[in-house]
Design a protein around this ligand. Structure first.
Ligand code: ADP
Length: 695
């Protein structure tokens, strides 16, 4: 391994507190050390920033990072400063004095990383200034902005092509989460990259738990998700601005902490809401697609789509904003056939060629919603990748949360025969009415109550039958005509009628089946009470410094702290995400809080080795690993907790109460009592409090 690479590894540990690389980071960093132009494609949360930040710190000279948004630059620079890196940004929101100070630092060679917007970087004046300093390399973040095929085209990105001429011999590295081949070609072309190495990471995000539900009682469905994530951050995406406003009003009425975000609001209000969300002052942001780019918030624990996105790319990108810290996060998509129609109307005015592409993408998205194969497999399959396993353990399909109808073939044949008996001249609603045997006037008048297919599914509700029709559309057994959404059988539909193909029809499940392993893994061994206490300390420190909480420490670091419960600065340095600067800056305060908490709760500190935990620097183990259940009550983990602690959530018997009193009188520790009684420490604490206070 080269000396530079060794230095980068040392920087990774000292500055960021990480000991290993995430997939593809090593290869991407090697391109930088070798000075070879590169295009690095990694999904959101894959760890792109470190690919240029770590070598930027370790290599001689200053690295210039091109970034499209001030908010993005600000977050990254704040985070770098927290890690003790000499980084600055230069943008139009800064005062002339602030800008001059940064220009002086550039001139004197005091900076390791400089963030600038593309329009500034390509000016002759700025290029002239950079020529007076030692430039290490240029990193172009969000590089898909050069392409009209990307989702955030910015004409000013195309100007960046001048850099290769202006700085001969200086490598340019492009980073993006955008997966398409077309975008990659455009990046190489417009940035004039020389024989770039192209690295494409896996598009799978194993820590995201995907779930798709038909939208039935939307507000109830949304509230249920919010209730499961009390005190956590999340995003709800809606298709239209009006939906954002309406949902926000309903949730505010129900006293949820929410704020809207869409292009129809004025800039100030939008900025205020975004900041409140980033600083954890508002739990949930309700937004249109306009929200997201430039949001680096690492602790988003859920993304709800209250409406189907218009493509799998969009879905992947928006859900990708959850769980950037590598911890489990839930992505729930609520959709209906109407979403499909809304998007079709939106796309109606496009140029024919672009419209055909957009429609194909829309159909793929709709198929994903109605699909019954592993969601992770479906998403990466869309991007031309193979998941490499059959069961992801992190989606509604693999977790057995989808209940398939016993006789899917027979039910599908009833529906398809009904469409045929109606001469393929009616839409889904009408067909449903016939199938359930409705006495609506229009059906009687048309004489359709005399069809042999009339009332074939009279034992089912309208919603269920309507849902099956949509599932058959998604599985390409039926199509809807452009204009009136009339149902037609496809070739596949005819094959199903003949019994040559078997579709899968789902009924909505009421019982949550297995819990996702990712959630259990990342909480393993973590004391939830301590985690909450540390969160409060983080909040206070972040407020004092006026930075978002996750910049002080992300959730993964806090969980590891609450798991390791360090006694000494050396032990604190072992915590994932703690580098030397953060140890110096915060170590003493966090160690003191850990000490106080552990003393009060009778919990051991530095319990090493911690059985089955993951290393200080790695991410939570993937779903293939199978450590034992931890001690954290979590809604998703109830069933697992119940199985390891058989009566963890059951009422207390008199016998147990008696044993509890005895143990307390004997002065035993909470953790000891918990294991003797097979209950959670928090349940023991609550019971003792209840016994003491009488309620
Ligand atoms: P991206 O820019 O690709 O969306 P980020 O650079 O924001 O991803 O990184 C996502 C998260 O992963 C951040 O919280 C970051 O601190 C963390 N991370 C990056 N590299 C590592 C690593 N080598 N080990 C552990 N965590 C890492």
């Amino acid at each position: 391994m080269s000396i530079v690479f060794e230095k980068i590894k040392a920087v990774l540990k000292a500055q960021w507190g990480y000991e290993s690389f995430l997939p593809l980071q090593k290869e991407a960093i090697e391109c930088v050390t070798k000075g070879r132009d590169s295009i690095v494609v990694m999904p959101t949360g894959g760890g792109k920033s470190l690919c240029f930040q770590a070598p930027g710190v370790a290599m001689p000279g200053m690295t210039v990072v091109v970034s499209p948004l001030i908010s993005l630059m600000k977050d990254q620079v704040d985070a770098l400063l927290e890690c003790g890196v000499a980084a600055r940004r230069l943008d139009s929101s800064m005062s002339p004095n602030e800008q001059s100070a940064v220009l002086r630092q550039i001139y004197h060679g005091d900076l390791k990383l400089l963030y600038v917007a593309p329009e500034r970087l390509v000016t002759q004046k700025f290029i002239g200034l950079l020529k007076t300093t030692r430039l290490s390399f240029i990193a172009v973040d969000e590089a898909h902005c050069v392409s009209v095929w990307g989702h955030d085209f910015r004409p000013e990105y195309r100007e960046l092509g001048v850099l290769k001429n202006a700085f001969p011999g200086i490598a340019v590295h492009a980073y993006t989460a955008s997966a398409t081949e077309h975008v990659r070609r455009d990046i190489a072309l417009y940035l004039r990259l020389e024989n770039p190495e192209v690295l494409v990471g896996s598009f799978d995000r194993p820590n995201l738990v995907y779930r798709v539900e038909r939208r039935a009682n939307m507000i109830e469905q949304v509230c249920k998700i919010l209730d499961q994530h009390k005190g956590e951050s999340g995003i709800i995406y809606c298709i239209r601005r009006a939906d954002v406003d309406e949902l926000c009003a309903q949730l505010t009425d129900k006293r949820y902490s929410v704020a809207p975000y869409h292009a129809g609001m004025d800039d100030d209000e939008r900025r205020r809401n975004q900041e409140a969300f980033i600083e954890d002052k508002v739990a949930t942001i309700v937004a249109t697609i306009a929200f997201g780019m430039g949001i680096d918030k690492s602790n988003v624990r859920y993304v709800v789509h209250n409406g189907m996105p218009k493509s799998v790319e969009q879905y992947h990108q928006e859900t990708g904003r959850a769980g950037r810290d590598g911890l489990e996060a839930e992505c729930c998509l609520l959709y209906s056939g109407n979403d499909y129609r809304v998007w079709r109307r939106v796309l109606a005015d496009m140029e024919p060629e672009a419209k055909a592409i957009a429609l194909q993408k829309l159909n793929d998205m709709y198929d994903y919603c109605g699909g019954v194969t592993c969601r992770h497999k479906a998403v990466v399959g869309y991007f031309g990748q193979d998941l490499g396993k059959e069961n992801c353990s992190a989606c509604d399909v693999c977790l057995g949360r989808l209940d398939c109808v016993q006789n899917s073939l027979g039910t599908a044949q009833k529906i398809l025969s009904c469409v045929v008996s109606l001469h393929q001249r009616f839409g889904a609603d009408y067909t449903t009415s016939v199938l359930i045997g409705s006495r609506e006037e229009r059906i009687i008048q048309n004489g359709h109550d005399t069809l042999s297919t009339y009332a074939l599914l009279s034992d089912c509700t309208r919603r269920v039958v309507r849902d099956w029709i949509e599932q058959l559309v998604a599985q390409r057994c039926l199509t809807k005509t452009d204009e009136y959404s009339i149902l037609n059988l496809t070739e596949m539909g005819w094959r199903v009628l003949k019994g040559e193909e078997v579709p899968r029809l789902l009924k909505p499940s009421r019982v949550p089946a297995r819990a996702p392993q990712v959630a259990a893994d990342s909480w393993e061994g973590v004391d939830k009470g301590l985690f909450e206490t540390l969160r409060k300390l983080r909040r206070r420190l972040a407020e004092e410094k006026n930075v978002p909480a996750f910049i002080v420490f992300d959730d993964a670091a806090l969980r590891d702290m609450a798991r390791r419960r360090p006694k000494t600065p050396e032990a604190f340095l072992e915590v994932r995400g703690v580098g030397e600067k953060k140890n110096e800056r915060y170590g003493a305060e966090f160690i003191a809080v850990v000490k106080e908490y552990c003393a009060a709760e009778g919990i051991e500190r530095d319990p090493s080795p911690i059985s089955g935990t993951y290393s200080a620097t790695s991410r939570p183990p993937g779903p293939t690993q199978n450590p034992t259940c931890g001690n954290v009550p979590h809604h998703e983990r109830m069933s697992e907790i119940r199985s390891t602690h058989p009566h963890a959530y059951e009422a207390w018997s008199q016998e147990e109460e008696k044993r509890l009193r005895e143990y307390v009188a004997q002065g035993r520790k909470i953790s000891e009592i918990a294991s003797l009684l097979g209950r959670q420490p928090s349940a023991i604490r609550a019971r003792i409090r209840k016994t003491e206070t009488g309620h």
